[in-house]
Design a protein around this ligand. Sequence first.
Ligand SMILES: [Cu+2]
Length: 169
Amino acid sequence: MKKSMLVVSLGLSAVLMSGAYAQHGHGHGHAMNIEVSTEKGTNNVSIEKCWVRLMPSVTPSGGFFDIKNHDTTQIAVIKAIETDAFEETMLHRSYMKDGQSGMEMVPEVIVKAGETLHFAPGGFHAMLEKPAAGLKAGDKIQTRFVLGTGDRIPVTCELKPVNARSFDH
Ligand SMILES: [Cu+2]
């Protein structure tokens, strides 16, 4: 009897999860093969136009920004994003496969020498979960971008409402 109730409650949470993802425009996808770089990359990196689409706390919020690699000879490696404003942060990538959108976690993001990589809705994004109490659109949060070298770059990110589409709009 107890066992069957457990099964029912697990089934319900699975339904709730998929509902949350659908609302967020994401589905579950199969992980692609991703190789982790053996290079540490450069420290000559800047992060601009960082913003977070702040969702109700049960739904993960997306973080977006431009990463500029100013080094014309080396790649830049982004390993993680740290912040006290959210309990969990992940690097994610959205993709389309067979007409279905999905997203997956990536262990790092590479920015080619001399190039700028745009994190934007529908592509690479930071996935931020479990916001600190009281966060609201218009607030600014402090984050640290962790590079392959182990260095951290402090970045201020602006929280924006659910209908925000970019840093400027
Ligand atoms: Cu995501």
